[in-house]
Every structure is written in structure tokens, then in C-alpha cells.
Write a protein that binds this ligand. Sequence first.
Ligand SMILES: *[C@@H]1O[C@H](CO)[C@@H](O)[C@H](O)[C@H]1NC(C)=O
Ligand SMILES: *[C@@H]1O[C@H](CO)[C@@H](O)[C@H](O)[C@H]1NC(C)=O
Ligand SMILES: *[C@@H]1O[C@H](CO)[C@@H](O)[C@H](O)[C@H]1NC(C)=O
Ligand SMILES: *[C@@H]1O[C@H](CO)[C@@H](O)[C@H](O)[C@H]1NC(C)=O
Ligand SMILES: *[C@@H]1O[C@H](CO)[C@@H](O)[C@H](O)[C@H]1NC(C)=O
Ligand SMILES: *[C@@H]1O[C@H](CO)[C@@H](O)[C@H](O)[C@H]1NC(C)=O
Ligand SMILES: *[C@@H]1O[C@H](CO)[C@@H](O)[C@H](O)[C@H]1NC(C)=O
Ligand SMILES: *[C@@H]1O[C@H](CO)[C@@H](O)[C@H](O)[C@H]1NC(C)=O
Ligand SMILES: *[C@@H]1O[C@H](CO)[C@@H](O)[C@H](O)[C@H]1NC(C)=O
Ligand SMILES: *[C@@H]1O[C@H](CO)[C@@H](O)[C@H](O)[C@H]1NC(C)=O
Ligand SMILES: *[C@@H]1O[C@H](CO)[C@@H](O)[C@H](O)[C@H]1NC(C)=O
Ligand SMILES: [Cu+2]
Length: 555
Amino acid sequence: MGFRALTLMLVAFVFHTACVEPRVRHYNFKVGKKNITRLCASKLILTVNGKFPGPTLYAREDDTVIVRVVNHVNENVTIHWHGVRQLRTGWSDGPAYITQCPIQTGQSFVYNFTLTGQRGTLLWHAHINWQRATVHGAIVIFPKHGTLYPFPKPDKEEILVLGEWWKSDIQAVLNQGLQSGRAPNVSDAHTINGRPGPAPNCSSNGYTLHVEHGKTYLLRIVNAAVNEELFFKIAGHQLTIVEVDASYTKPFKTDTIFIGPGQTTNALLAADQETGKYLIAISPFMDTTVATDNQTATGLLRYLGIQAFSPTEVTAVPPRNATPATTRFMDSLRSLNSRQYPANVPKSIDHSLMFAMGIGVNPCPTCLNGSQVVADFNNVTFVLPTTAAILQAYYYNISGVYTEDFPANPPNPYNYTGTPPANMQTINGTKVYRLGFNSTVQVVLQGTTMIAPESHPIHLHGFNFYAVGRGVGNFDPQKDPESFNLVDPVERNTVSVPTAGWTAIRFRADNPGIWFLHCHLEVHTTWGLKMAFLVENGDGPSESILPPPDDLPSC
Ligand SMILES: *[C@@H]1O[C@H](CO)[C@@H](O)[C@H](O)[C@H]1NC(C)=O
Ligand SMILES: *[C@@H]1O[C@H](CO)[C@@H](O)[C@H](O)[C@H]1NC(C)=O
Ligand SMILES: *[C@@H]1O[C@H](CO)[C@@H](O)[C@H](O)[C@H]1NC(C)=O
Ligand SMILES: *[C@@H]1O[C@H](CO)[C@@H](O)[C@H](O)[C@H]1NC(C)=O
Ligand SMILES: *[C@@H]1O[C@H](CO)[C@@H](O)[C@H](O)[C@H]1NC(C)=O
Ligand SMILES: *[C@@H]1O[C@H](CO)[C@@H](O)[C@H](O)[C@H]1NC(C)=O
Ligand SMILES: *[C@@H]1O[C@H](CO)[C@@H](O)[C@H](O)[C@H]1NC(C)=O
Ligand SMILES: *[C@@H]1O[C@H](CO)[C@@H](O)[C@H](O)[C@H]1NC(C)=O
Ligand SMILES: *[C@@H]1O[C@H](CO)[C@@H](O)[C@H](O)[C@H]1NC(C)=O
Ligand SMILES: *[C@@H]1O[C@H](CO)[C@@H](O)[C@H](O)[C@H]1NC(C)=O
Ligand SMILES: *[C@@H]1O[C@H](CO)[C@@H](O)[C@H](O)[C@H]1NC(C)=O
Ligand SMILES: [Cu+2]
């Protein structure tokens, strides 16, 4: 073998090795303000790097991601990497006053985490006040080197970020709600990649997805809306669901996707219909009387080579209260559960918990009628601390920030889906529930008829869970576990609990730290539908939370 051949071999070897090594990906996120126009009106919004939606964060499974976030606005900021497991790196999770104090004006913070055991689409978003209305973007995690998608390789990939738009300043909308003690205004439009499409009395271009006949597209659909669960449809086309919340699913076909805020769905779209223009439509789901923004956002699926004047094939959006469409979609979701991607559902349970979720009314001397609407898990309306984040308080043994008496069960059991108790008051508290390292947990999330029964998309930080069962009415601890799916339940980080019904989730507490659990309808989180788990360290440094970074903001 000649020297040249040996050199080539060496180069090939080194190149190959370099390729398979996980990489460190660096990003700079500058939070600033930008004047943008939607619905024929302009306003200043918070953005990252001047983009709306914000920049996409690309990485590969096993890569480490370093994001330097700099705050150039006159508001406090934090960013959450929604669905990223953050193994031992809770400091980089992002919810304000849970894992960190906010990044204040002029300050910066470096988020540093590794993407372990996840591949697909997630999202990042601001996690303080309602900033996430405009401060959000997609996270794309490609499979690690040497692994392929467990479905036919698409010709092209597209990101579709769904959102909500208010004509008013978002902080003003929130403040008005807080001052009145009532629900803040609903949004004025839904958006697809930041665009509502033509709206009443305002013609404006919507988002267009250009496709070529005969090709297949992987749509990475992200629901970054603030307060609304959504339906997604494309006229004349079926979609094949292959992944949700960065976990593969058994593929299935549907013409309607149901997606809650914080959820992500990857779907294959075959451009196999007659060359033409087809409507893409986003509309809200709400199966009770609670107000929603009823505007349908529209975009276009446009085949290459069509005539400008060809008509657009339209699609009927599901009725606002189309519960059966949501049930059909959720029932079809199953973990892929292959040899390479097994569903490791906990079979025996160390902590069997039941969290009743309700809306309540507490006194508020400064509010309209002297009362304010609140929300609670197990009658606890969660109050964020102000002097330190809970994770800091836990790590540094600072007392007086939180207590460990979060109730494992509703303190006063009642018929959750029958006539609610007359007393609608709740208890304010910063209460956490302690879990031993690697213990197994089941939480039955029980919807209630307190004030307004409603579907709640519940999000857990730091873990994926398996949604093992679901039903309407009250959970029956004797009968319902018999029908749990412990074989291939869907694995995700956010689950929609049906209106006046329940959902059972299971997870293994193998990630030490403080982990937020909350409704991903921002209005409900604001009202207190949130709590946190404290997960102890295991044995030795490899099972313990890392020390805090030097630049961790203080309160
Ligand atoms: C935003 O831009 C529009 C159009 O250029 C302008 O009329 C408006 O005054 C600007 N608004 C702000 C808040 O800067
Ligand atoms: C990120 O965290 C790793 C693991 O703790 C550490 O070795 C590395 O120095 C950190 N990088 C930055 C830029 O903070
Ligand atoms: C909320 O809606 C009401 C009624 O349309 C309106 O008067 C008020 O200005 C809105 N508030 C904000 C902050 O946009
Ligand atoms: C649109 O404009 C017409 C005529 O000015 C008005 O009557 C109607 O209320 C407007 N619709 C909306 C949704 O603003
Ligand atoms: C949306 O539609 C529902 C049902 O038709 C209605 O009760 C609600 O008031 C509407 N919301 C708005 C903001 O118009
Ligand atoms: C305040 O109370 C009055 C009388 O009970 C009621 O009509 C009104 O709707 C209440 N206002 C709010 C904002 O709840
Ligand atoms: C906090 O208290 C625990 C238990 O007493 C102790 O092991 C740990 O070192 C303390 N941590 C700090 C930062 O003081
Ligand atoms: C709870 O209330 C519902 C609705 O009134 C009723 O159908 C159900 O039988 C009640 N359940 C129990 C256990 O009392
Ligand atoms: C919630 O707590 C309040 C305050 O202690 C109490 O009055 C109320 O009865 C409790 N409600 C329930 C459903 O437990
Ligand atoms: C957690 O517990 C399971 C089941 O007992 C065990 O197989 C696994 O090794 C444990 N993991 C760790 C990190 O201790
Ligand atoms: C920003 O955060 C700091 C630390 O928690 C707090 O003292 C300050 O009041 C906050 N500023 C605003 C504008 O909320
Ligand atoms: Cu909710």
C-alpha cells in the first residue's frame, strides 16, 4: 500500500470518526424588540434575533447545545427548552423562579444541555409571564449518526409553528386580566409560521408550503399557541403521524391533527393529489362554553407548476366542540415500541398520586367584585417564590422558599365531575412533592367541574411520561387500571386531559432536580394550575444534579 493510499485511509478514518462524535452546537439568542405588522396593525413584540417565530435550533441526538441568551429588553427573560430531558442539568431548564431567577435587563445566561435519548421535534419558548406568545421557535433533533428514521426518508422537511396573535401588547393583555381577576382577552388570530392568512377586513399573505408532485414531506408541526388547543388540516390530503414530542409512534393516517400548546407532531405528507392549491387550516378546540379565539388561520399547500388562477381546494375545519375528533386522534397514538426504541413503561408503582385540577375563586380586594379566578391542583393554588428559584433554595438549603407538603391526593374527595362543592376557595402555597431517585410514579390527572370543566394540556418538565389510560367522568381506582395500556402507550411531555375526565401518566423519577408540572394553557398557569416535583439525587455524582453554573442569575 502506497503512502498516498494510507493517507487517504487515515483521512477517511478521521473524517468518519469526526462525524460520529457528538458535537457541541453554539447558539446566540438576543432578546430584543421588533415592530411588526399583522392584521393590518403594527406593534412592538419581543423576539429572539429579530425573528418571529424565532430561529430553529438544530442538533443531533447526543449533541450538547450551548445557548447564550442576552436580555436587551426592559423586562425579565428566561427560555425553556420544552421537552428536553435536561438530565442532571435542571439549571438549564428555564421556568422562572422554579429552576432559575430571571435574566434581568442587560444580563446574559448560558444554557448548557445534552440531548439524550430523544429525536424528532420539540420547541423552545420564553418561560416568564406571557412572553412565549412571540418568543418561541422549533428544536429539530436529528437521529444520531448511524441511525435512520424508522419510516421512509422524506424528500424534504418543513417546520410549521402554530401560534396566536394579539393586536394589543401581550403584557397589557395579561395585566388587564390580573387586575380584573377575570380571564384575559382571547387572541385576535391564530398563525401558521407567524402569519394568520387573509383575515376579516385585512388581506394579507398567509404561509405557503410549496411542494412537488410525487415527493414526500416531513412536516414538523409545533403548537406554540398560548391558550388554545388546535386542529390542523390540509384539504384533500391525509397525513401519516410518525412522531410526537420527540418520540416515535406507530405510523397512522389521519386527515385531522389535534395538537395542544407545547405539543409537537411529525407527519409525513405525500404530494400525491392532483396538481393544485389546497388550503391549510388551523382552528381551535373547546368543548365547553369557555371563550376562545374562533378565527381560522389559513395557509396554502401549492404544487409546483400550477397556473396562477387555479382555484384553491378548501377544507371544512372541525366544529369548535369536536370532542370525537380529539378522541380519535389520541386513541390512535401508540409508541413505536420497537427493539431499537422500546417503551419502558413502569409496571410497579412507588408513588400512586391523584391530582384533581380545578378552577376556584379567591378574595382579591383590588379586583372586580373583590374576587379573582384562580386554579389549583389538589386545592393548592401554586404561588411562585420571589427571593430565590426553588432549585436554588433546594440546592443551597435556603429555608422559607417552599414546603414539601404538596398533597398526594385531593384533601377533600368529592364527585369531581358531578355537582361541585359550594366553597370554591383554594389554599395559596409553594408546595412540592418529594420523590426518591429512580422511584416510579403514577399521576391520575383528574379534571373537575369546579366552575368550568375544560380540557387541560398538562406538561411535565424533566421527563417524558407514558399516557397509560384516559376516560370521562371520575377515575375508578378499582376498575380503570384494568384497561391501562402498559405495552405501547404514547410517550410524551404534554398530554390533553379530557374535559370532566381523567388521564393517567407514568414515569420513572431518574432525573434529580426540581421539575415543574403545569397546564400549558398560559391563562391556567397564571391562575396557579402548577406544582413541582423534587427528585432527590441518587448514588454518587453520576446520579446527582450538576453544580450550578457560575453565571446563574440571582433574584
Ligand atoms: C411600527 O411601524 C409602523 C409602520 O412603519 C409605524 O407606523 C409605527 O409607528 C411603528 N410603531 C412603533 C411602536 O414603533
Ligand atoms: C457545559 O456543561 C459541561 C458539563 O458540565 C461542562 O463541561 C462545559 O464546560 C459547559 N460548557 C459551557 C460553555 O458552559
Ligand atoms: C380587551 O377587550 C376589550 C373588549 O373588546 C377591550 O375594550 C380592551 O381594550 C381589551 N384589552 C386589551 C389589553 O387589549
Ligand atoms: C369589516 O368592515 C365592515 C365595513 O366597514 C364592517 O361593517 C365590519 O364590521 C368589519 N368586520 C370586522 C370583523 O371588523
Ligand atoms: C367562539 O364561538 C363560541 C361558540 O360558538 C362562542 O360562544 C364564543 O363567544 C366565540 N368567541 C368569540 C371570541 O367570539
Ligand atoms: C360582578 O358581579 C355582578 C353581580 O353579581 C355580575 O353581574 C358581574 O358579572 C360580575 N362581574 C364580573 C367581572 O365577574
Ligand atoms: C444542604 O443540606 C444537605 C443535608 O443536610 C447537605 O448534605 C448539603 O451539603 C447542604 N448543601 C449546601 C450547599 O449547604
Ligand atoms: C357524579 O356526578 C355525576 C353527574 O351528576 C353522576 O352521573 C355520577 O353518578 C356521580 N358519581 C358518583 C360516584 O356519585
Ligand atoms: C380548599 O381549601 C379551602 C381553604 O382551606 C377550603 O375552604 C375548601 O373547602 C377546600 N376545597 C376543597 C375542594 O378541598
Ligand atoms: C432504576 O430502577 C430500575 C428497576 O429497578 C433498574 O433496572 C435501573 O437500573 C435503575 N436505574 C438507576 C439509574 O439506578
Ligand atoms: C426582575 O426580576 C427581579 C429578580 O427576581 C425582580 O426583583 C424584579 O422586580 C423583576 N423585574 C420586573 C420588571 O419584573
Ligand atoms: Cu389548563
